[in-house]
Design a protein around this ligand. Sequence first.
Ligand SMILES: [Zn+2]
Length: 393
Amino acid sequence: MLEKSQHREQVLGFEIKFRNGMARVGAIHTAHGVFDTPIFMPVGTNGNVKLMRADQLKQIGVGILLGNSYHLAVKPGLDVIKLHGGLHNFMGWKGGILTDSGGFQVFSLRELRQINDDGVLIRSPVDGSKMFLTPELSMEIQKVLGSDIVMVLDHCPGPKESYEEALRSLKRTQQWADRCLKYGVKEGQMLFAIAQGGMYEDLRRLSAQGLSELPFDGFAVGGLSLGEEFEKTLYLTNVTVESLPSEKPRYFMGGGSPELIVHLVEIGVDMFDSVFPTRLARHGTALTFKGRLNIKSAKFKNDLDPIEGECDCVACRNYSRSYVHHLLDRGEVLGGILLTNHNLRFMMRFMERLRQSIFDGTFLDLKKEVVDSYAKSESDKFCYDSADSTLSG
Ligand SMILES: [Zn+2]
């Protein structure tokens, strides 16, 4: 489903190359490159992925990363971004950028905001400044940022919201999506809608169906992975995905643990973002195909093996678990840097294996391997990672 941009020969859009059950392998064509899906996108809230340089991200195989419209509009402010000619230049990143609309802050900064049908007044937790964010302003901010994938402003309800409130936010999300579409994006940008509906199956369906009637380039599943039970996340995502057009990309917002990804790829989700791998790294935990490893644990003090034998990242090629353990033990920043390199490289290797397994028919074997490994490894509170990801990346 490639559509030619009206203004130049740039071809933007999404193609599905191969299907296996509901899972699919595809590619998303952006103004800054073509990226294979299913894809994992690291989060760079403030115009950087914590502890990583842009050239390192590229080397690791990252294709698209996230920026946050609201936070970047507060600091450094749009004037500074404009001086650089957009976010790509500002942060020295030549790959794809997807920007959140500020909709997630409607949820995460709910103590600091007032909302009505026009928009949302947000008081910045950084400097106390106030911004009345409307769908039109969010589109304008994302034009200045020059992101490749623009998200509509949505009203993300909390996981404990009543049916009536979830319905109200759903209707508002639908109206705002329509306003974003009318405002439009600039040449080279794609616009994605966000399905909401809280924890209610019928509302999830209603939201997805309503948005599907509009000509968006892709659709996101929003408002999940906010602390609800794992089974509920899977079920409500499935209900949403079933109601979305199958030829458009589907993006699950704010979830990126291997267990979650493998389950959602199986039902046809194409795109993921999360602070999960980078935050875990800063807390001393490595992701591997055998599960999570807490490198801070004393059992690694004399361990001469690399973090993961078959990994080709800078940490695994050059250092032992013992050395990384020592750095973490001494609170050295390099420990977090090495683990962040490893965890992001792991996510890229993981997505590569997922795509390959869909092609060669071994997806269910890989799913079993991942589910078994992660069930055995120590569970931790970072599994659901969106709820407090507003500032810390
Ligand atoms: Zn590694």
